[in-house]
Write a protein that binds this ligand. Structure first.
Ligand SMILES: [Fe+2]
Ligand SMILES: [Fe+2]
Length: 281
């Protein structure tokens, strides 16, 4: 089958003026590659929320939540165009081959609510929560104000995508025991999957210096450590507080590698507007 090509050259243009000039790098290749890969990731994320919308309809979620999912798909498509503008501002072409896209799992073997919640745990509570941590860390190093503001817009949306999952699970809590059990089995698979997926996308290098970090090419090693920290001290305890045990031997191994202290456990105790993290023994 011929590979599909994503060409956002003209779609990115409206974002270029907002972005303004970026500093010229001696070798912009790594930065162009980073933002092009990001453009692809953002673009393909839209189809995930499209699939979640179908599942949310089947599970009878409120019209407001269904609308949010449709909005999220549009936001991911915009993120792709924004990243495409960064590729162009760095002197590259916002064109890339799309990878083979596996279908979003439908989980037809379980009832519609569990099918939806399995994907919500995987997408919102794992992937999007990790994305929030990684992007937030990155914003601290960004130099040009136009790029910082672009990344802040993306970050605000990703917070909404993560929060959708956490708030939905909290709304439904306490979950019936059978659902807790079903979600726990799936969450462990999803945990290991997100670890492998992120490690495959976070290169094991220490960055290319401050000039590259200012345009978003940060240390992959530091990002890997943040991944371990976020999964172990935010995601796993958050899910556990909802009756879903996502802890796996692979997560422990990752924590050991990055010296995330064993025994540190935080629990998500409040609403989105009032985040509080309580440390357990
Ligand atoms: Fe995004
Ligand atoms: Fe997202």
């Amino acid at each position: 089958m011929t590979a599909l090509v994503l060409d956002l050259q003209s779609a990115a243009r409206p974002f270029l003026s907002e972005l303004g000039e970026l500093p010229s790098l001696a070798d912009p290749t790594a930065a162009q590659r980073t933002w092009r890969a990001r453009m692809v990731n953002e673009h393909v994320s839209a189809r995930v929320f499209g699939a979640l919308l179908g599942q949310a309809m089947a599970a009878g979620l409120s019209a407001q939540r269904q609308t949010q999912l449709a909005d999220f798909a549009c936001e991911e498509l915009r993120h792709a165009r924004q990243c495409a503008a960064v590729v162009q501002a760095l002197g590259g072409a916002a064109v890339a081959e799309l990878p083979n896209l596996p279908a979003v799992p439908q989980h037809a073997e379980v009832d519609p609510l569990q099918a939806l919640l399995r994907n919500i745990v995987s997408v919102c509570c794992l992937s999007e929560t990790v994305a929030v941590a990684l992007i937030r860390a990155e914003t601290l190093q960004i130099g040009p104000p136009g790029l910082r503001s672009l990344l802040d817009q993306i970050l605000a949306d990703e917070v909404g995508h993560a929060q959708f999952g956490w708030s939905l699970l909290r709304e439904l809590a306490p979950l019936p025991a059978a659902l807790e059990q079903g979600l726990t089995s799936y969450a462990k698979v999803a945990m290991d999957h997100v670890i492998e997926h992120e490690l495959a996308h976070l290169p094991d290098h220490r960055g290319f210096g401050p000039a590259a970090a200012q345009v978003g090419v940060c240390s992959g090693r530091a990002a890997r450590a943040l991944l371990a920290d976020t999964l172990a001290t935010v995601v796993a305890p958050g899910l556990l507080s909802l009756g879903i045990d996502a802890r796996t031997p692979r997560l422990s191994q990752l924590c050991e590698e990055f010296a995330v202290p064993a025994g540190v456990c935080v629990i998500h105790t409040a609403k989105a507007s009032d985040l509080q993290w309580a440390k357990l023994a």
